[in-house]
Design a protein. Structure first.
Length: 148
């Protein structure tokens, strides 16, 4: 089998909603190499395009405690703030394999809207183990097109 066929076959196994998220990872990598307003704007644009294309992210959830509702897993940063964690693909999720229990695919637009409305968090951390980007609520608003 040639390498091209193997890559295509891997794509067929991947959930369709995650196809194209490698562009987000590449944009974040570029931003990490050279932090600038231009690279940030490019990264946000790539995320917005994926969102508008119906893209999905993997969310980690905590098992229900008492009630029957699942809660999106949050991490606490050194400053005491809570952030939801999401992943662009299963490879990114597995890099921190010990801390993620259950995951689901979530529509990016819905997820971003919920994050903006949820008072108990500061925003979303994309790929907390690698290719990391912290999207606070103002950046989420920009992605959603709600910038003022």
């Amino acid at each position: 089998m040639d390498e091209k066929y193997m890559k295509e076959n891997d794509k067929n196994k991947m959930d369709q909603g995650l196809l194209g998220n490698d562009r987000i990872e590449a944009a974040i990598a570029g931003l990490q190499k050279e932090v600038s307003q231009e690279h940030l704007a490019h990264t946000l644009t790539v995320i917005r395009q994926r969102m508008r294309d119906g893209g999905q992210l993997i969310i980690a959830v905590e098992p229900p405690a008492g009630d029957t509702t699942l809660k999106i897993q949050a991490v606490q940063t050194d400053d005491g703030n809570s952030w939801w964690t999401v992943f662009t693909g299963f490879d990114e999720e597995l890099k921190g394999s010990g801390s993620v229990k259950s995951t689901f695919l979530a529509d990016m637009h819905q997820l971003f809207c919920e994050a903006v409305k949820t008072e108990s968090i500061m925003g979303i951390i994309v790929n907390p183990w690698n290719r990391t980007l912290m999207l606070d609520k103002s950046l989420l608003q920009i992605i959603l097109g709600n910038e003022q």
